[in-house]
Design a protein around this ligand. Structure first.
Ligand code: P71
Length: 890
């Protein structure tokens, strides 16, 4: 059976690395300061750094392994793990660790290459390191096979072995990044080496990519797993050298492996001179651990197929745009001489400068001066296909204007590309603007795949309730956006750097300062999450019998208002209750409804206004700036406090920027400050906008008495006044998240992801709540399944069917959630019978969204085959959490 190719990443994003987008002016300055050699730019001066060595996204297991480093000088446990991984995955018995690939080369040369002998190789790059040592590196690459361009020419090899003193054969899997080797050729070279009694050394740093090529293109190999082919490749070599910063996705490190005890003995006797000791070889314990885990994971079939699919797509994309390239194992190698025929000298450098100047993308020229290619290498797993599509556009943009690219004048030279300094001018080139996620993937978490049979069993065992599924059975989890964000490495850095205390932490001070600045509110009180703030606010503001008008309820908010003796009153605009109406401000308060309440009962009967941004239960619908201003202007003189549930305030600010022409040029941070001006305080569940997994706050604009009361309750119910029951590290992560959430580019891509998913569903006629919300898409189950009566819970069944069809987990928001009328015992049958697809922040890509949409569209096309449910077990309270169901007969 041919190996399946995944249609989305077989992982989700665990942590992200933020990308800054330097302006054209900044790029000009950086380029001049770098002497027109992009090697001298730092990653913070570029947006996308197209290099694959040491830049891969790690797995969460690898990053965790960093702290399992057994930093012993001799015999570290990490080394045992490394040996075990080599034996299990590569098949070789003996492992000599090295600090990186150059360490491997050093040991091989000093043990297996006597003076005045040469190394026959298919890789030009090897000559860069061996010719300075006066070791000849005759090429045995044929370039005649149309696919396996890295194959050795056996005839030439035999002739060489006859005529010259060749001590070893050094083949590189995917020679120079562009030339794969076939298994048959590798085996033939091994036979030739054995006949002469010399070693075949294989540089397997890109063995995965080469194995994939063999699987894809060599006859009889298409049914074999990559892991299997990798072992065979390795076993064909006498010695394997491997760069830890390539396929195993470490940041550095290397290994030299073999089955020959005598060779191993030679290596470890040399390793003490050049590298370290035979049990660490110049690597830290943590690097050995990361490398070992990387070796264990690198043959994961789905991951290999995904990475190679992305590479194929990228190179095909450039070819389709007419850009002259060679396809590399990890990207596209631009043919600079063909792109810039008018620039005879240093064309690859000139192309690199033009690419950086126009777009901020860095691609640099490696090795010795003289190459004609500019490699655009894709960091493994670190970029989305959306970003790569734009990198391809940025390259095509330069290609279209290649006639205008400025030549470089050599100012000072050297033999290596990194030494060159140039003089040049800024050519008048049209720049390319990126519009994509402003982050790279830093670590990933693999997501489980499952068969339909497995999912049918899982949903049956969960009583057709998605809350009762185990996440181990879920492929894409759209249950909630609460506490599910991917943190950035800056948040992690702040988290790890926090000095803990049960008194006042530095993190608390930073937290208070940050949110004073963010909201313009004086009193900032930390709480462990949103409902803790709601509890305290309700207790200090509500006297029994008072009313709390608000723009639709949220479950926890309303529960705390009622616990305090308050009566919630819904004063949201009527449009909010109509899923088909596409009014842009469906979160607004209907002022006439509010006025009626105040005029009827008097301002003193109103505890406060409960005003939620991007109203969750209405479908993530925003409030307009005018509405906030008008509500505040009406309430303030009457001494009716206005409290925001600002949980999704930043998303609301984005809608104002997008939909209100007066705010089109206003930064999100300034829109948010104005929004908060029209309130007296707020509660926030930090698990949403703040990009953290736990946390929240309660804030008051200027009322010190409320603060004193709130802190009294905080001490009794939550924790210290300076931590609210959170670890100080969580405060640090929140403060850092609050600066990241205000990035205009981030919040746009965040909210527009919902729009992307929505538009695919809308195009296929799937009924959803209009307009699409900020944090979620809501399917209208009444129109999706009109043949199922509401008392047979269409939204509940639809949620279950989506799971079975796609492995995607979603949430019912309809008759089950709303419950029964205690008077009559009948279901409430709410007007909104919805299924919520909620989007975690920075976790899933548009490729994930595409398969979610496709699955739901498939389901929609066979909707009449779906039937209802009845309760098998119905709890008295909040039945949606624990309730169990059984299918009704068709
Ligand atoms: C969501 C959640 C989490 C949730 C809560 C209750 C039942 C199911 C899922 C929580 C919110 C929210 C708003 C607007 C306050 C809270 C409570 N939302 N206000 O949407 O959306 O915050 O969870 O931090 O206590 O899945 P908390």
């Amino acid at each position: 059976m041919p190996i399946p190719v995944p249609s989305h990443e077989p992982h989700k994003i665990k942590t992200v690395r933020l990308v800054s987008f330097p302006t054209l002016e900044e790029r000009k300055r950086h380029l001049a300061e770098a002497h027109f050699n992009v090697f001298n730019l730092t990653p913070s001066q570029v947006n996308f750094d197209m290099t694959s060595q040491g830049t891969s996204a790690m797995s969460q297991e690898q990053i965790a392994g960093q702290l399992l480093g057994d930093e012993a000088y001799a015999g570290a446990r990490n080394f045992d793990n490394l040996c075990r991984a080599v034996r299990d995955r590569l098949g070789h018995t003996y492992v000599c660790p090295t600090h990186n690939l150059l360490g491997c080369v050093k040991l091989v040369v000093s043990t297996l290459v006597p003076a005045r002998t040469g190394v026959a190789s298919n890789a030009r790059g090897l000559a860069d390191t061996l010719t300075p040592r006066a070791i000849p590196v005759p090429s045995i690459r044929t370039g005649t096979d149309p696919i396996f361009t890295g194959n050795a020419d056996l005839g030439r090899l035999e002739a060489l072995l006859e005529s010259e003193p060749i001590s070893i054969l050094w083949l590189q899997a995917f020679a120079d990044g562009m030339h794969p080797v076939s298994l048959a050729n590798l085996q033939a070279v091994r036979v030739a080496a054995d006949r002469r009694g010399i070693r075949l050394v294989l540089d397997g740093s890109r063995v995965i990519e080469n194995a994939w090529y063999i699987q894809r293109h060599e006859s009889g190999q298409s049914d074999r797993a990559v892991s299997d082919i990798v072992r065979q490749i390795v076993k064909t070599a006498h010695v394997l050298a491997l760069d830890g910063a390539q396929d195993p996705k470490s940041t550095t490190g290397g290994i030299l492996t073999t089955d020959n005890p005598a060779d191993h003995e030679r290596f470890i006797n040399e390793v003490v001179l050049y590298e370290g000791l035979h049990t660490y070889g110049g690597m830290s314990g943590r690097t050995m651990e990361v490398l070992a885990r990387g070796l264990d994971e690198m043959c994961d079939e789905a991951e290999v197929q995904w990475v190679m699919r992305v590479t194929e797509q990228f190179t095909e994309d450039l070819r389709a745009r007419g850009v002259p390239i060679e396809r590399g194992c990890d990207g596209a190698y631009l043919e600079a001489d063909r792109i810039l025929p008018h620039i005879p000298q240093h064309a690859a450098h000139a192309l690199a400068c033009a690419l950086y100047l126009t777009s901020g993308v860095r691609a640099s020229v490696p090795g010795l001066v003289g190459g004609r290619h500019l490699p655009i290498q894709i960091p493994r797993l670190a970029m989305t296909t959306w970003q790569l599509g734009q990198v391809a556009e940025a390259i095509a943009n330069v290609h279209r204007q290649s006639g205008q690219v400025a030549p470089l004048e050599l100012q000072s030279g050297g033999r290596w590309n990194d030494q060159l300094r140039f003089r040049s001018v800024f050519a008048d080139l049209k720049p390319y603007e990126f519009d994509c996620y402003p982050f790279l993937i830093h670590t990933i978490e693999r997501i489980p795949d499952s068969s339909r049979e497995q999912r049918e069993r899982a949903i049956r065992e969960a009583g057709y309730n998605t809350f009762l599924l185990r996440s181990a059975d879920v492929t894409i989890d759209l249950l909630t956006d609460s506490g599910t964000s991917a943190m950035s490495i800056d948040q992690w850095a702040a988290y790890d750097a926090t000095r803990p205390t049960s008194a006042t932490s530095d993190a608390y001070r930073t937290f208070v300062k940050t949110f004073r600045e963010t909201y313009g509110y004086e009193h900032i009180i930390p709480v462990h999450q949103g409902r803790a703030a709601e509890h305290i606010l309700s207790q200090i503001m509500i006297r029994p019998g008072q009313m709390v008008p608000g723009n639709m309820y949220f479950t926890t908010t309303k529960a705390h208002q009622e616990l305090a003796g308050g009566v919630f009153l819904d004063v949201i605009v009527d449009q909010a209750h109509d899923p088909e109406c596409d009014f842009p401000w469906k979160g607004n308060i209907d002022l006439s409804k509010l006025r009626r309440v105040v005029e009827r009962d008097g301002a003193a009967r109103i505890a406060y206004i409960s005003f939620e941004h991007c109203v969750n239960m209405a479908g993530g619908q925003p409030v307009s700036m005018d509405n906030m201003r008008e509500v505040y202007a009406y309430c303030s003189p009457k001494r009716i406090p206005v409290f925001y549930d600002a949980t999704r305030a930043v998303e609301n600010a984005y809608f104002i920027q997008k939909r209100d022409p007066r705010y089109r040029e206003t930064h999100i941070r300034d829109i948010l400050r104005e929004m908060m001006l029209y309130g007296d305080g707020c509660t926030v569940s930090g698990k949403k906008d703040f990009l953290v997994n736990i946390g929240g706050l309660l804030a008051f604009k200027d009322n010190a008495a409320w603060r004193v009361e709130a802190e009294e309750l905080l001490r009794v119910y939550e924790g210290g006044v300076a931590d609210g029951g959170l670890a100080p590290a969580d405060l640090a992560a929140m403060a850092r998240g609050a600066t990241e959430m205000l990035d205009d580019r981030y919040i746009r891509t965040r909210v527009e992801q919902a729009g992307f998913l929505a538009s695919r569903l809308i195009d296929a006629g799937v009924p959803i709540v209009m307009p699409p919300g900020s944090h979620a898409i809501f399917l209208d189950a009444r129109r999706f399944l009109p043949h199922i009566d509401q008392d047979e819970y269409p939204a509940q069944r639809l949620a279950a069917e989506i799971y079975v069809e796609t492995g995607v987990r979603v949430m019912e928001r309809g008759n089950v959630s709303k419950g029964r009328d205690p008077e009559t015992g009948r279901n409430y049958r709410p007007s909104l019978e919805l299924v919520r697809l909620t989007l975690p922040r920075r976790v899933y890509t548009n490729d994930h969204m595409r398969v979610v949409a496709d699955g739901i569209i498939r389901l929609y096309r066979r909707r009449e085959t779906i039937h209802g449910l009845h309760f098998a077990y119905e709890p008295a309270h909040l039945r949606f959490f624990q309730g169990r169901f059984a299918p009704t007969a068709a």
